[in-house]
Design a protein around this ligand. Structure first.
Ligand code: AMP
Ligand code: ZN
Length: 665
């Protein structure tokens, strides 16, 4: 036998043992014998480096250090899930699905909702090549080296499966492993981890993959993403995935009606407490892949799936104090400081009270006994007050009248739920918050500058606002605590580089109240420059698609403020992009204004995302499902037969990729 062959056989054998042990939970070899074989392989690989393979079972122990995780755009967007909380919600969903599909015959797959961090695994030619976190759904962080250490994830697939695919799943930390990790931490005098989910997602971003390898992480798979039509149903595709080595939990079930879905939900509502990992609900999916395609997506979630959340656990505790937090836009959030209490595996000390209305609605008072619930969110909620335990001398809560940070009188405009501190330029958390927001990843994405440094720079009086960043020099920064020459230079270089960030992001970075990422994009596209935006009047602003009174008023307030005008002028003088670049203007037209497109199938000259971008750049809209409102369908190869049928029924013109390219040229 050649050395190469020997290495190959050992790898296959060890992969099989990993699979038996970590996926099937059925070891057929002792740990000792496994280690001997692994050592043998290690030695052979070391002596014969020409046969290196990043996916060898010897690479499970990690090794590489990742300083900065690369951002990768997802080939297929990672959507979130719509939630439901009752049987009625589920029945409503079923109705919507039936109506959309025009049939009552719908079958489902039921899965548990695994509570961890979502991950997208890419395989090429049967080899694991990449793992990317969900991020914002459009792009995430590449964490391949860390994911490779998770033993239950197959690194090579030899058997018959689809050839071009991605697997979606959840990285979880089973409860057992989580408790062991905490025991160890306590023994080392370290603070315990709060909960398995955060610890799992935190693990993915560890820089040292050998550290990740030591953590008992697992990966449960729930979706095969592919354009190949080898499998007809979601259930079938998951079973096939399990057969080729993926850990698809045995808890998944086929349901031929919504009644069977209810059976699944009911039984797991009880059995979930015995699972080796946490789950906060069930995910129900339309089983037919063709029907899934027909249903498509809303802007946030698939129409063909819904999560059902189990009723959250509740505890009661005492309200010790209400304090008030000031956000970057001056918004005040009241916070309930509670007598610490254990809830669903974590200690709860604080809960958000949202706003004055919420306090009034709950009629929550100092020293009240309250019911606290932990839903899917990390921050627990106060559900109600136990009036039978209210102290006799209790008085209704009076909401704060002045800012806890700068003592300015709070304001609350009609129709606004929140109180605000109007002292924009003199209130410390607002000043700090705006700078933090400005440098954040979705905004100016300034490398080499983090929250702590911003605080430090502010304390030293080097910056008072985000425009001041552009006047910082490395010489000023080097003498500061924990700042080395290199980091100071990186920081200044990062700030300099932010001058290339496109206008739509800068507009978001300015931190205008109610102007989030999407709104900023819309405004940038419509107004093309900050000057046009800042001279626009109320009527002009609300004339823009999806801009309402509240946003318009907030933009006016921003534009009429002398402090902001000065800041914007300074940014302009430093060369920050305050208008849409000539280059992107060139590619933008209005020729598709008012037209709604549905894109379906596989394309050759452009990727699906490029197509969508081209539609939007030319003023058109992209929709994910065919309706009477659809103007055109752009069809690539393998367009879904049901989509085709629907298009023909509604007599919607179908364009080829080339037709579309001709159209925009
Ligand atoms: P949410 O984060 O509430 O929007 O829910 C969506 C997330 O649920 C997805 O990103 C997945 O990470 C996670 N998830 C857990 N289990 C499943 C499952 N069985 N099917 C689909 N998504 C799941
Ligand atoms: Zn204030």
């Amino acid at each position: 036998m050649t050395i190469e062959k020997k290495i190959q056989l050992l790898r296959e054998e060890l992969n099989q043992h990993n699979y038996n042990y970590y996926v099937l939970d059925n070891a057929t070899i002792s740990d000792y014998d496994f280690d001997i074989k692994l050592k043998e392989l290690e030695k052979l690989e070391e002596e014969n480096p020409q046969f290196f393979d990043a996916n060898s079972p010897t690479k499970r122990v990690g090794g590489g250090i990742t300083k900065n995780f690369e951002t990768i755009v997802h080939k297929n967007r990672m959507y979130s899930l719509d939630n439901s909380y009752s049987k009625e919600d589920l029945l409503d969903w079923e109705k919507r699905v039936q109506k959309n599909l025009g049939t009552e015959e719908i079958e489902y797959t039921c899965e548990l909702k695994y509570d961890g961090a979502s991950i997208n695994l890419t395989y090429e030619n049967g080899q694991f090549v990449r793992a990317v976190t969900r991020g914002d759904g459009f792009q995430g962080d590449e964490v391949t080296n860390n994911i490779r250490t998770i033993r239950s994830i197959p690194l090579t697939i030899n058997s018959d499966f689809v050839s071009d695919f991605e697997m979606r799943g959840e990285i979880i930390l089973p409860l057992d492993g989580f408790h062991k990790m905490n025991e160890e931490r306590v023994a080392n005098g370290e603070e315990e981890y709060r909960n398995p989910r955060n610890t799992a997602s935190g693990s993915l971003k560890l820089q040292d993959s050998t550290e990740v390898a030591k953590r008992p992480l697992d990966c449960l798979l729930y979706q095969v993403v592919t354009t190949e039509r080898k499998y007809k149903t979601h259930f079938e595709s998951l079973e096939a995935a399990r057969n080729v080595g993926f850990k698809v939990p045995q808890t998944i079930a086929f349901a031929k009606s919504i009644d069977e879905v209810f059976d699944f939900v009911n039984s797991w509502d009880i059995k979930r407490h015995d699972l080796p990992y946490e789950t906060d609900g069930v995910v129900i999916k339309v089983n037919s892949l063709q029907q899934q395609e027909e249903l498509g997506y809303t802007s946030k979630a698939p129409r063909w799936a819904i999560a059902y959340k189990f009723k959250a656990e509740q505890v009661s505790t005492v309200l010790n104090e209400i304090t008030y937090q000031v956000g970057r836009t001056g918004a005040i959030t009241p916070v309930a400081n509670l007598e610490p209490v254990e809830l669903a595996g974590t200690t709860v000390k604080r809960a958000s009270l949202h706003n004055a209305d919420q306090i009034e609605k709950l009629d929550i008072r100092l020293n009240d006994t309250v019911f606290v619930e932990k839903g899917g969110e990390i921050i627990p909620k106060i559900i109600s007050v136990n009036l039978t335990k209210r102290p006799v001398d209790s008085k209704a809560t009076v909401y704060a009248t002045h800012c806890p940070e700068c003592e300015t009188e709070l304001v609350r405009t009609e129709g606004d739920a929140k109180h605000y501190c109007p002292n924009e330029f003199g209130c410390a958390p607002q000043i700090a918050g705006r700078i933090q927001h400005y440098i954040s990843r979705k905004a100016m994405d300034i490398d080499g500058l983090g929250g702590e440094t911003v605080d430090l720079l502010r304390k030293e009086g080097l910056i008072k606002n985000y425009a001041d960043l552009y006047e910082l020099t490395a010489e000023q920064v080097i003498p500061l605590e924990r700042m080395a020459e290199k980091s100071a230079q990186n920081m200044v270089a990062g700030i300099e580089k932010s001058k290339e960030i496109p206008f739509e992001k800068v507009l978001f970075a300015l931190g205008i109240r109610f102007v989030g990422e999407t709104v900023a994009k819309k405004l940038a596209k419509h107004f093309k420059s900050i000057d046009n935006l800042m001279i626009a009047d109320f009527e002009t602003l609300i004339g823009v698609d999806e801009i309402g009174d509240r946003i318009a008023q907030s933009i006016l307030d921003f534009s009429n403020n002398l402090g902001n005008i000065e800041l914007v002028n300074r940014l302009k003088s430093y060369g920050v992009q305050l208008q849409v670049s000539a280059e992107s203007l060139e590619n933008q037209t209005d020729i598709l204004a008012g037209k709604v497109f549905v894109v379906s199938g596989v394309f050759h000259q452009m990727s699906r995302n490029e197509l969508k971008k081209a539609i939007e750049d030319n003023g058109g809209k992209v929709s994910s499902s065919i309706s009477k409102k659809t103007t055109y369908i752009i069809a690539g190869d393998n367009m879904g037969p049901s989509k085709l049928e629907k298009a023909q029924k509604l007599e919607i013109p179908i364009l080829s990729e080339q037709d579309f390219i001709d159209m925009i040229n």
